[in-house]
Design a binder for this molecule. Structure first.
Ligand SMILES: [Zn+2]
Length: 276
């Protein structure tokens, strides 16, 4: 009996030693999701996702771009949200939006482009609503011109910005699974000035660096994922006053502060995804 346990113990130790450290892994090498229940683990900037689903590369009202990156995976709720947004955009004749990065097949840190997008809850939606305008549309839909909505001096929005963009943001913000949406502070400023009627959805629209050619959708932690770490709740109200003005006084909204990424330790719950 004792011998059996000793063998089992050694086998476990060897398995643990052979499994790469969860922090040293190149998560982009996993090109297929795990065949397990959908489960978000950790934070959007330090996490992973089990049982992710792939977003179909085109659908009603949308087109996925940068196919070569293999970043069209997310929690099924994210996939549903984007598909629902596409259907609503089509019904309202908003145009066809392009979807950039979601996350990798098992989430985890990305070798370039984002610190978040790790736990299957983030997606970038481009503001260009006319895919037919691309003169360089190729098979992979890569290296496309991604037009900015800002004027040259970055102090306002240009003629590409239309009511359709406002409508699209409103549709996205009104999807209950959506926790927050990041846009350039000038876009938030435009919404604060122009939106009439029910303005409650403005609370979810958060000003952030860049985001002048796309907006970033982030979902709430799914209820079925207790290991998902929630973000701080949004401040109450529309955030159209002092907190927005701050961006124009101290921080040029197109230049992100360069901070060194903190050393992070991935949740140990991500470990089974390395061998599954
Ligand atoms: Zn993003």
């Amino acid at each position: 009996m004792l011998k059996k346990y000793t063998i089992q113990l050694f086998a476990t130790i060897i398995l643990v030693m052979m499994t790469p450290s969860v922090n040293a892994v190149n998560w982009s090498k996993f090109t297929t999701p795990t065949n397990t229940k959908p489960y978000t683990i950790g934070k959007t900037n330090n996490g992973c996702i089990s049982g992710a689903k792939a977003l179909p590369l085109e659908g009603d009202g949308y087109l996925v771009v940068h196919l070569e990156r293999g970043r069209h995976y997310g929690h099924p709720l994210l996939i549903q949200t984007l598909q629902q947004l596409g259907i609503q955009a089509q019904q309202q004749q908003i145009g066809i939006f392009q979807i950039g990065d979601l996350g990798q097949a098992r989430g985890g840190s990305l070798p370039f482009g984002h610190r978040s997008h790790q736990s299957g809850l983030d997606a970038d939606v481009w503001f260009n609503l006319k895919p037919e305008s691309y003169t360089n549309l190729n098979k992979q839909r890569s290296n496309l011109q991604q037009p900015s909505m800002l004027t040259r001096n970055k102090k306002g929005l240009n003629s590409l910005w239309t009511d359709q963009h406002r409508q699209l943001l409103k549709l996205a913000a009104n999807i209950p699974e959506v926790d927050r949406i990041f846009v350039n502070p000038r876009i938030k400023q435009d919404l604060c000035k122009t939106v009439t009627g029910n303005r409650q959805w403005l609370q979810k629209i958060r000003p952030w660096y860049h985001h002048d050619d796309h907006f970033h959708i982030r979902l709430h932690c799914p209820q079925s994922s207790p290991d998902c770490i929630k973000q701080a709740p949004l401040p109450a109200g529309e955030s159209c006053n002092a907190s927005l003005a701050w961006w124009f006084v101290k921080h040029p909204p197109t230049v992100a502060k360069k901070t060194k990424p903190k050393k992070r330790y991935m949740p140990s719950a991500c470990k089974p995804l390395l061998t599954n």
